[in-house]
Every structure is written in C-alpha cells, then in structure tokens.
Write a protein that binds this ligand. Structure first.
Ligand code: ATR
Length: 279
C-alpha cells in the first residue's frame, strides 16, 4: 500500500546503505499486511552517527535497523538495551520508547529461526557446533547457540586472538582454535557454520574437507551472495542437511517490524524471491 504520510516511519542506518536489502524486506511486509507506514534507507557517515541516532526520536521515527559500521556506536547511544544486545555489545535494532532509544540485537534470533524453519528436527543441543570466523556475526551466532543449549562451540578463526576475545566476553563452553584445525573437530559436530566472508562474491572460496563430518550434521553459511556457496554445494552433494544465509537476514528483521508496526511478520518463499531479485 502507498503510505499516507500519517503512518509510522522506520529505516536502516548504515554507511554505505545502498546495498541493504532491509528496505525491500520491510517494504514487502508493510505492503503484504496493508500497514500504513514507511521504511527508508538512511545513509549516515561515521562522524554523524551519534547525532543521527539521537535525532531518531526527535524526527518521530519509531525505530531503525543498524548495519555496518554503526552497530557498536548504536549500542553506546541507547538509553536501555536488551540482555542479548548487552551480551554481544552491538545493536542492530533500535526501538523508540517514550522518546528514548532502546537497543536490541536480533542477529542470533535470525540465525536460529532460519534453521528452525528450514530443518525443524535440528536442535542446538544435538551436539557440538563448529563456528568459522570471529567477527560480529560470529559473536551473535555463538551467543545464540550457547543460550539455546549447545554443549560446546568450537570457534575457529584465521586470527585466533579474535576468537579468544569472543570467548572471554561471552563465557561458557567455547573452545578456540585456528581454522587449520577445522577437520580435527568436525567429526563430533552437529552443526558447521561459516560466518567468514570467504565464499562471498568477489572473495576467495572457503576450503574445508568435510570428510570427517557425520552425514546428519547441519551445514549453514551466512553468506547469501551467492545463495549456494561451494561449502553448501559440497555438503548437499554428500547428503548433509544445508541451510543458506538469506533466511537469517529475513528473520533478523522480524522482531523490529513487530516492535515498530505491531505484528510479527512471516518469512515465505515469495518474500525470499522478492528480496533476492524483486520478482
Ligand atoms: P562480520 O562482522 O560481518 O562478521 P568481520 O568482522 O569483517 O565481519 O569478520 C570477517 C571474518 O572473516 C573474520 O573472521 C575474518 O578473519 P580474521 O578475524 O582473521 O580477519 C574472516 N576472513 C576474512 N577474510 C579471510 C580470509 N581470506 N581467510 C580467512 N578468514 C578470513
């Protein structure tokens, strides 16, 4: 539906923000549920980020998503934050409450919900998880897995110190190592996740020998361009259940949409197609 101008307004703050799929995602839901509101891209340079966050309530926004490179600045700008945002130290969803900013981090929620929707039989408690990469996405994924009862998370990264920093911040059963040790810990894994940028269009491929992996172990990649990474293709070919990364992006948007516009939206195949290519 075309916004009347009297509806609620939210947006996404990033730099750059032109590549963000969030306007398409939330625009689809607003239309789908006939909600009179708007969701706009907000390109905000790092030097004006704090000002922009404080301006959201003043401009009458109901909230915003926050993307690279502002997630930590957004965390600091909030009057209150959710427990999961506090654990991660970063905010991807801002909600204006009584004129003040409340921050949430829905990346871990999106990660798990995507898997639950695609492979309902899988549980984080099934066995150890192997997480490749130690950036912001890995931090959210580890926190979500531990909170959901994963017995152990093997957190492997090119730069082991970054993995160790996450383990120190989160606490719990995280075992850190180098990505060279992936094959050694794969044998007992119930889940393998790639959170590195390897395999993304324009980046080198991720090379992991999946031979030790049990056939029932789930393999998922946070990369969604391309949708079918070499990792997922190899896992699929050997019969493992696989989940691509697009769904995490879609599911992470749901709690924000609910807080701003009053209903929890659904992730459907039609939405996936629309966000991917506008059809
Ligand atoms: P995000 O916040 O999106 O998770 P990030 O902080 O840029 O992204 O992290 C990118 C991840 O990809 C890191 O784990 C990075 O490894 P380092 O911490 O060692 O930099 C990983 N990565 C990127 N390029 C890589 C490469 N060529 N080989 C191995 N790992 C790579």
């Amino acid at each position: 539906m075309v916004p009347s101008g009297a509806g609620r307004v939210a947006g996404v703050i990033g730099w750059p923000v032109g590549h963000s799929r969030s306007p398409r995602l939330h625009g689809y839901w607003l239309n789908q549920y006939s909600i009179d509101g708007a969701y706009v891209p907000l390109p905000v340079a790092p030097e004006t980020a704090e000002l922009a966050f404080q301006a959201l309530p003043a401009l009458g926004f109901v909230g915003a998503n926050v993307t690279v490179p502002h997630k930590e600045t957004a965390f600091r700008a909030c009057a209150t934050v959710s427990e999961r945002a506090r654990r991660i130290g970063a905010v991807n969803t801002l909600i204006v409450r009584d004129g003040a900013l409340h921050g949430d981090n829905t990346d871990g929620f999106g990660f798990l919900e995507n898997i639950y929707q695609k492979v309902p039989t899988w549980s984080p408690t099934d066995g150890p998880a192997v997480v490749l990469g130690a950036g912001g996405a890995a931090r959210a994924v580890c926190a979500a897995l531990l909170d959901a009862g994963a017995p152990v998370v093997h957190l492997l990264n090119r730069t082991v110190e970054r993995a160790e920093a996450i383990a120190a911040d989160l606490g719990g059963p995280i075992q850190c190592g180098s990505m060279d040790t992936t094959e050694a810990v794969l044998g007992e894994a119930g889940l393998l996740v790639n959170t590195t940028s390897l395999g993304m269009e324009g980046q080198p491929p991720l090379s992991v020998d999946l031979t030790p992996l049990a056939s029932g172990a789930l393999v998922t990649d946070l990369v969604y361009a391309p949708l079918e990474t070499a990792l997922l293709a190899e896992a699929r070919a050997r019969g493992n259940p696989v989940v691509d990364g697009l769904g995490m992006l879609l599911h992470q948007g749901r709690p924000g949409f609910e807080a701003w516009f009053g209903m929890m939206p659904e992730v459907t195949d039609a939405l996936r197609r629309f966000v991917l290519d506008g059809s």
